[in-house]
Design a protein around this ligand. Structure first.
Ligand code: DGL
Length: 272
């Protein structure tokens, strides 16, 4: 058993989708969360840039004594996952893609799977590889959505918000036309707008929350390695971001349904 915290990180608020699942399902696990709100979005960047930024993000988490690292970001998982594992051989490093692909494979009935993600995730082809490895007959339709993360980071997340509804419709229309019965929310920011996506896609289309699936994946890894916290452990959850602490706290309040004042801090990530 290991009561040290799990380090969870993302380019911004998206990884809170993994934190929400952990708070709900594994409440005795302590968490150190980092959202790189000073440098978001990562999804329009090149692989080298994403790698360098995320190596620095993990150095910050490691400075907090974490027992494992959850890459609660698809863009980072696809573009820097191997580099992060290689740089941190002494702790488990778990990403989003394999877990979300497995959940999508289990959910589809017609084998037509849609993915909405950042440009860098789509460019990597990681979801196509993971899904085809499960079943080569799957038909996979990927859609890059560059407008979504900036809108979500500025709190355009609820149904009825014209900006987010128009942008989502633009990206989802081609997937709807292809008759997909599953959409992977292949960016951890997107579960924040899952109601907007569900309203557009309609009944009969399952949505896969890559943040929540990644949370299950790290718990599975810790279960296998004997690294879970004791069942009576008193969990401590702290949140760090690198800019705009007030906005971060506001979105966290809406999404986690929890006031995180007092456990949320702003840091200078360039120091790590
Ligand atoms: N939340 C991130 C993901 O899962 C990406 C956001 C960004 O573009 O920085 O891909």
């Amino acid at each position: 058993m290991d009561n040290r915290p799990i380090g969870v990180f993302d380019s911004g608020v998206g990884g809170l989708t993994a934190v929400r699942a952990m708070l709900r399902d594994y409440p005795n696990e302590s968490i150190v969360y980092f959202g790189d709100t000073a440098r978001v979005p990562y999804g329009n960047r090149e692989k080298d840039d994403i790698t360098n930024l995320s190596l620095q993000d993990v150095r910050f988490l490691r400075s907090k004594g974490v027992k494992a690292v959850l890459i609660a970001c698809n863009t980072i998982t696809c573009n820097a996952g191997e580099e992060l594992s290689a740089d941190n051989p002494d702790v488990p490093v778990v990403g989003t893609v394999d877990a979300a692909a497995a959940a999508a494979a289990a959910a589809t009935k017609n084998g037509r799977i849609g993915i909405i993600a950042t440009a860098a995730t789509v460019r990597s082809g990681a979801y196509d590889v993971a899904l085809k490895a499960i079943n080569p007959d799957f038909q996979v339709f990927s859609q890059g959505c560059p407008k979504l993360v900036p809108l979500i980071e500025s709190n355009h997340i609820l149904p009825g918000d014209a900006l987010i509804e128009e942008a989502a419709a633009e990206y989802l229309a081609p997937l709807k036309a292809e008759g997909v019965d599953v959409v992977i929310l292949g960016c951890t920011h997107y579960p924040l707008i899952s109601q907007v996506v569900a309203n557009y896609m309609g009944e009969g289309v399952a949505l896969i929350d890559s943040g929540a699936e990644s949370a299950k994946a790290i718990i599975k890894t810790l279960t296998e390695t004997g690294g879970l916290a004791e069942t009576d452990a008193k969990a401590e959850v702290n949140y760090y971001c690198s800019a705009r602490l007030n906005d971060f706290e506001t979105i966290a309040q809406v999404f986690l349904n929890k006031d995180i004042h007092g456990s949320a801090f702003e840091i200078n990530i360039e120091e790590y």
